[in-house]
Design a binder for this molecule. Structure first.
Ligand code: ADP
Length: 184
């Protein structure tokens, strides 16, 4: 069975910038189905902290992406430590998570269950890489944002990258259950 369901969240920057319709159109154009939709105005802190699970793997992954993006723009380790209080990926991940919670609870967002053939991978490739400045043209993040961790950190905020999409089937099951209940 290649029909899959995945959780998509149109983050507060999408709603604030009036981009929800255009982003949803991209999903529809790609042949994906909207199975459920809910507006949270805003989402609770509890929901967002359960959504971004602070597992070692998640914290380290987010930290490593941040480290790499700092290297890509020529920032030093000293600047990384100044901005995150540490050069350890998991410690950096904890700082990012706090900013992320503030961002994700700071305004209305739209959660959706999206279905389709190989939907998990499909939506991730439509979304593009986490850091919009490095995301390819033609992707949602690449076309609608140019944000990066160094810019975001200078303004004490999260990277604003418009869309969340589940990364794999385990994440999709967990996230759909969390946002829409077990019958989601
Ligand atoms: P993805 O959303 O592509 O699966 P991650 O799970 O690694 O990416 O990161 C979760 C979210 O944390 C990102 O979508 C982004 O909004 C935010 N984020 C990641 N790294 C940073 C950072 N260094 N500074 C601020 N926010 C970040």
């Amino acid at each position: 069975m290649s029909y899959q369901r995945t959780l998509v969240v149109l983050k507060p920057d999408t709603v604030r910038r009036g981009l929800a319709g255009r982003i949803i159109a991209r999903l529809e154009d790609a042949g994906l189905d909207i199975l459920k939709m809910a507006v949270h105005s805003p989402a609770s802190r509890e929901l967002i902290s359960r959504h971004y699970r602070s597992t070692e793997a998640w914290l380290t992954g987010v930290g490593n992406k941040t480290i790499k993006s700092y290297q890509n723009v020529g920032k030093s380790v000293a600047e990384l430590i100044r901005d995150f209080g540490s050069e350890e990926p998991a410690e950096i991940g904890k700082v990012v998570k706090e900013r992320l919670i503030r961002f994700m609870t700071g305004g209305p967002l739209i959660a959706m269950v999206i279905g389709g053939n190989q939907a998990i991978k499909k939506v991730r490739s439509l979304a593009g890489y986490t850091i919009p400045a490095e995301a390819g043209p033609g992707t949602i993040r690449g076309d609608f944002s140019g944000d990066s961790p160094d810019l975001a950190t200078a303004e004490d905020r999260s990277v604003e990258n418009l869309i969340h999409a589940s990364g794999n089937t385990e994440e999709a099951d967990y996230e759909i259950g969390l946002w829409f209940g077990d019958a989601g």
